[in-house]
Design a protein around this ligand. Sequence first.
Ligand code: NDP
Length: 357
Amino acid sequence: MADKRALITGIRGQDAAYLARLLLEEGCAVFGADKKSGDTTYWRLKRMGVFDDVRVVYMDMTDQANIIATLEAVRPDEIYNLAAQSFVENSFRQPLLTTDVNAAGTLRLLEAIRLTHLPARFYQASSSEMYGASREIPQTELTPFYPRSPYGVSKLFAHWITVNYRESYTIHACCGILYNHESPLRNPEFVTRKITRAAARIARGLQDELVMGNIDVRRDWGFAGDYADGIRRIMRHPVPDDYILATGESHSIREFIDEAFAAAGIDIDWEGTGASARGVERKTGRAIVRVSDEFFRPADIAIVQGDAAKARTVLGWEPRVAFRELVRLMVESDLREADEDRAQGDGTSGASRPHPR
Ligand code: NDP
């Protein structure tokens, strides 16, 4: 792999950090595309120990000329398109921005490949959110799509335009339809990390309560490191195709909360149902989890569960980290972070650190 050049868009994101490490380990030259605004600390790349090895280039998914110039400069053999406005809730507040980055951005990148005639392989980060309200559980690659958010709709366009460019221009383009995958590198605004961080901070006396949206929805959660390995396998298969990566198990958010607090040494009893549910610490009777309408989505998905049989059979891919282990490794990381915050006397708010390490 020594001569292979990989370009990863969304280099400051969770998946890019795991993928960059995998690709560097096999000797690829890794270029990370960043839109150069907001958080420029690259804390995830640093935490994975790869910051010095990733060559950062500036490329915004909303700027066609910038994308073409970047491809011409980097001349990648592989392009992993991970850049996105990836927060589903935000997509209801910023549907046009979400569409511009996720849908039109993917088309711009494909157009850049077509116009520059680069023989680069292309990977698109498709999402289980494209299935949305699908009645088929678990979903396979043949299940009809029914997205339930502007994010899901934007990802569906990106998915189909990738398939279309593969079929129209013989570009080696493939899609990974990934179910939720988490890690200690997950942004704290996402529900899993919001929970693990709150469990750790409540356990350490740095936060009083966790306020949640709908805790009865079920999700198929895997570990981001396993999914980065799946992404690489999808890209490297000689025939470009689309694959689901999922664990095949679903768990409710309530189960995730129970598991996370247990990992932080707190047992929870539940009272009430739906929007009036609350979680009480068994030992003290203190209410520490509350449900609020404020965090309910305008349209939600009751259950998400994928069937990754095709990836297992064709690519030999298997998720290794199970649900309980995933929650525990996230809580352990957040407990270490809470201990550091406590040592520094920084304990006033559950969201006090804008860019966690
Ligand atoms: P992240 O949100 O952590 O990373 C996405 C990155 O894209 C961010 O660093 C973001 O930068 C960047 N980005 C946003 N807008 C632009 C833009 N205009 N130009 C260039 N870059 C931009 O996502 P993940 O790592 O979790 O996921 C990777 C991909 O996989 C995403 O496309 C996501 O939608 C998809 N996916 C993720 C799943 C998951 O469970 N993690 C499940 C299924 C699909 P900034 O931080 O500055 O905003």
